[in-house]
Design a protein around this ligand. Sequence first.
Ligand code: GLA
Ligand code: ZN
Length: 674
Amino acid sequence: MKYPPIIKGLPHMIHGGDYNPEQWRDTPQIWTEDFRLADLAHLNSLSVGIFSWTALEPREGEYDFSWLDTILDEMAKHGMKAILATPSGARPAWMSQKYPEVLRVGADRVRILQGERHNHCYTSPVYREKVAAINEQLARRYAGHPALGAWHLSNEYSGECHCPLCQEAFRSWLKARYHNSLDELNRAWWTAFWSHTYTDWSQVESPSPRGEQNLHGLTLDWMRFATEQTLDFIKAESEPLRRLTPDVPLVTNMMGVYPELDYFRLADGLDVASWDNYPQWMNDEGDAHVAAFAGFQHDLTRCTKDGRPFLLMESSPSSTNWQPVGKLRRPGGHKTYSLQAVAHGADSVQYFQFRKSRGSSEKFHGAVVDHVGNENTRVFGEVKQTGEALTHLDAVVGTAVPAETAVIYDWNNRWVLKDSKGFLQEKGYEQTVLAHYEGFYRRGVPMDVIDQTKPLDKYKLVIAPMLYLLRPGFAEKAEAFVRGGGTFVTTYYSGYVDEHDLCFLGGFPGPLKNLLGIWCEELDGLRPQDTNRMLWEGKDYTLHDFAEVIHLRGAQALGEYGEDFYAGYPALTRNQVGGGSAYYVAARFGEDFHNDFTDHLIRTCGIRTTLGMLPGGVSAQMRTDGENEFVFVMNFMPYAQAVDFGPGGVDMESGETVSGRGELPARGIRMFRR
Ligand code: GLA
Ligand code: ZN
């Protein structure tokens, strides 16, 4: 089974990036040169129009599309497809001056001044009207244009607005959520605490450092509202595009694990998922870990649209100017880092940016074409080489990642965990999910990263670390999954609160108690110097940060605590339910445990790995069309490593046979079909 290509008429891997020709309108010879260079680098797409509002509508209602016409016509001549942006990511000054309501208000209730970007009010009727008007113009003008490939909605939607219009919208949203009953809201938010009961809807306000920050139910609903209001804005700005160009897919660039928006929800307004990936290679964590984190975010992005191919919308071909250190990508690295996205299900490699801008804050950000202006740079050479490699991957376009294992990463849970006080202030949710993910990633197991709203039945194994907040229905879904033969793993700090962040009464892990066959009586926060350990199958595993004191209620203890007053209590349990099992990991362990536990799960669940054992810093991923498997083996380390390709297959670039032991160069990649 294959998905159709994301861009109609472009059945290839997309190779492109952000391009801002409006910055070079006075020098048309540069435009000409740009197309020569784009061809040379094997680019088949450019993302244009991002932040172009003033160039398109210099004065209210006065449009100028002449420059964009030229660019799109030129792209069509070169057989390229445009990912055409709506300009709502940044506003013209005339608009802010005439309609101050479009300017965002911060949590401190101060309205910003004109400037920067990504800072409009999502609720403002004026902003929505202006966006709809220009989007209508764009869609009318370019509907049917041979270069129009996809719509790039705005840019990196982010943040929140606390203006009076947004406060009113928040109250309306709450009224709908709580059936117009302030009593229901007061109960859900537990407002009797500290005498915070509301007696009139008009008293309800968004959280603020100058006001309420400790009503957890309020904070949670405000975070949800921010996502819903962004989604509502997306839908409003999409209306003319959907109406006038119904066949052109809508995409916006997400930001991986960006904390403030629930991307699983936001994806509802999109046809295709995409994200901007800026890994910090060569930092203190080491590239093996950096690669795993990038892999995690690729998988997460793919799963926001249920596994369909996604776009790597931005990446730097060289250094990234906002990072603390502007490290250059080392020779060879660019191709491997770029194709890593494809290995995890992307159908594109795209850059920020094509041509380096001459002024302002991004003039030293990596780009395909540097200020020198020609193709004779190392970076250009690496981009070209990557483009060449992509031309050999037509068969991979539209294929899926065959994940049998999923890890749950849930924004609602993330928000409330951050708020929850006690045990240990720093919860480390992201790191914990990643630690579980990495065990499988290092073994070349394709993974899905999903939230609690997604179906579980297609997996053999589902891991839900620190699942503190349980969404309605999740416990039942997990139980049905296990009864049907699945394996479910969860950990300490799970099943504590419901969807309102109210504690479950009657014992933790709340509605997961029966499935897991345990009762958690207490949770111990550990100081860095505290020591304890677990004994499991004759081995000792050190634990840290969190240790729960749990009792068996049907489950079997696999591992036990070694020290302290809970020595001898279970620390790792398994409960057999129906045809499957549910594991509970009662404490936070290190890499030694994750390695052994992952091996145990792979063995007992019969999970397939892409290749056999892999050396550290090597990743193996696969995609499939149902008949062929496309295997990507990547070495992220700065030295060559030997890998066992097993029975191997046909190298997708050279056509040679790959099998048995072979060498991957430093930061090198091998791709074969089997
Ligand atoms: C983001 C933005 C781009 C650019 C890059 C720089 O991803 O979307 O416009 O600012 O960062 O890394
Ligand atoms: Zn607002």
